[in-house]
Design a protein. Structure first.
Ligand code: SF4
Length: 147
């Protein structure tokens, strides 16, 4: 539990209403914050679908968010798999530059059908993932055929 002293002098609480990203139920969340830290998560009683109900996973998003082992930056494998490689955290700019460096020649050589995106739980249920992770040039039908 955090308090105003730990969160910073003069910190005040504010409430954000969001949709749980963990599964297709897309339950409404009421998230109380204090000084940039999550104080409490509970169901949003005014959510038209979930009407205040959430499961234990949704109520523990604070612990997931604050987990010391949670990935916060993209991991990039250096070296040759499987024996001579290691994972290294890099910046998002470096990760996107590496993706461009390695995928662009493949697309240039073999066409857009040479690459695909795999979406799993939970982002497969997130509309943003479906919209923004779709490689340009692939039809929605072709994308959904692998789901
Ligand atoms: S609260 Fe539970 S049931 Fe609701 S969307 Fe999140 S994970 Fe799914």
């Amino acid at each position: 539990m955090i308090d105003a002293q730990r969160a910073g002098k003069g910190a005040s609480t504010c409430v954000h209403y969001r949709t749980c990203p963990l599964c297709e139920a897309t339950c409404g969340l009421e998230i109380t914050m204090l000084g940039g830290q999550v104080l409490r998560i509970r169901g949003d009683r005014d959510d038209v679908f979930s009407k205040g109900h959430i499961c234990p996973k949704g109520s523990t998003l604070k612990q997931l968010h604050e987990d010391a082992d949670r990935l916060r930056r993209p991991p990039l494998r250096r070296g040759s798999a499987p024996t001579d490689s290691r994972w290294e955290e890099v910046s998002w700019d470096d990760a996107f530059a590496e993706i461009e460096r390695r995928l662009t020649p493949i697309i240039d050589r073999c066409g857009r059908d040479a690459v695909a995106v795999y979406l799993g739980n939970p982002n497969v249920h997130n509309l943003a993932g479906m919209i923004y992770n779709r490689p340009s040039g692939l039809s929605p039908t072709r994308c959904s055929s692998v789901l």
